[in-house]
Design a protein around this ligand. Structure first.
Ligand SMILES: Nc1ncnc2c1ncn2[C@@H]1O[C@H](COP(=O)(O)OP(=O)(O)OP(=O)(O)O)[C@@H](O)[C@H]1O
Length: 346
């Protein structure tokens, strides 16, 4: 659907060159939701803006549905851009126009008549759940409602792909959830391909089929979202994932503990409880569960258990080795520092 080939974007300021995007090659498939995550300055916006040539790449290619966008004339590019919708953190609505006019205005460039524009705009407002706000002005709306208007507007020309530039970053957690649900709905119902950039791994966890992690203009890791959460490779990816899957055990509890504290990670179909009960039945150790949580990513379970094992040292080690055959295991230190570089079975 979109393929980016060896794309670089270098900004020339008065006294130096700044590399925004550094030799990125990636592709987004038809119908998927693809997330690009990274800290501020990683190059996410630059990359996203290169996808619709809002920013002209310094080198490389952007191919949309077989068309090399950089080879188009300005007029051809304007037409091609109609198949790429975009929404922004700051909504970018026309404040002097009503909600309906904001959406209908996007159809101005098409050859559709006024009545048809109004009909289509109302239909889109219905899709985003804002039919009752058609005659209000953006200033009368909440942030979430403004983002719904901008989503409706972005869909006016039946785009093939929607680019989302930190679309939920200005919203509270509940509103973020409702906007993410809406994006998922239009992805599933309209088959719309979505590329989003975010600094929140939670957003990736909620809706992305695949994702990429960016740092200093480069993609440092890319893959299917569940796999990325279950088996992160890069340190930066691990840090992002911790922001979602982290657990905090009280320092005092760890310091006081006389046993061995074991962190286990369960992926896919493995049921954590049965492995734990198996362990307690077959080894002369006792266990005290300190933490247990199952996250669902792309409808697949990813479980975390922390258990304190006590017993003879050698028996505890045997028990740990046994579990290590089945799941990822890490023994946590007692000083309260929790590491997440879990090693063990795949
Ligand atoms: N117009 C510009 N002129 C000069 N440098 C720029 C320009 N736009 C971006 N940069 C630089 O390119 C690098 C990548 O910026 P970019 O905005 O793409 O990152 P980002 O990951 O989207 O960060 P943020 O989330 O803060 O927007 C940064 O070093 C930034 O300062």
């Amino acid at each position: 659907m979109i393929s980016i080939e060896q794309l670089s974007k270098v900004y020339q300021t008065k006294d130096r060159k700044i590399i925004g995007v550094d030799d990125v090659t990636m592709s987004v498939e038809q119908g998927e939701i693809f997330g690009i995550v990274g800290y501020s300055g990683a190059g996410k916006s630059s990359l996203l803006r290169c996808m619709n040539i809002l920013e002209r790449p310094t080198s490389g290619k952007v191919v949309l549905d077989g068309t090399d966008l950089l080879s188009l004339s300005p007029k051809e590019l304007r037409t091609a851009r109609q198949s790429i919708g975009m929404i922004f953190q700051g909504f970018h609505l026309a404040m002097s126009k009503t909600v309906l006019e904001n959406v209908a205005f996007a159809l101005k460039a098409s050859k559709v008549g006024r009545v048809e524009r109004r009909r289509r705009a109302l239909e889109l407002l219905d899709l985003v759940g804002l039919s009752d706000k058609a005659d209000q002005y953006p200033a009368q709306l909440s942030g979430g409602q403004k983002q719904r208007v901008s989503i409706a507007r972005s869909l006016a020309n039946d785009p093939k792909v929607l680019l989302c530039d930190e679309a939920t970053s200005a919203l509270d957690p509940n509103t973020t959830q409702s906007i993410l649900k809406l994006l998922k709905k239009i992805n599933r119902e309209l088959g719309l391909t979505i590329v989003l950039i975010t600094h929140e791994m939670e957003v990736v966890k909620e809706i992305c089929d695949r994702c990429a992690v960016m740092e200093e203009g480069r993609i440092v890791e890319e893959g299917e979202t569940y796999h990325m959460f279950a088996h992160p490779q890069n340190d930066l990816t691990k840090r992002f994932i911790q922001t979602v899957l982290d657990f905090n055990l009280p320092k005092e509890l760890l310091e006081k503990s006389k046993g061995t504290i074991v962190h286990m990670k369960f992926t896919g179909e493995l049921a954590g409880e049965s492995i734990v009960s198996d362990l307690l039945k077959n080894y002369e150790v006792s266990g005290n569960i300190l933490h247990g949580k199952v996250d669902y990513i792309q409808n697949k379970a990813l479980g975390t258990f922390v258990i304190e094992l006590t017993g003879e040292d050698a028996e505890v080690q045997r028990a740990i080795e046994h579990v290590r055959q089945k799941v990822e295991v890490e023994v946590l230190p007692h000083d309260g520092s929790v590491h997440h570089s879990v090693a063990g079975a795949e």
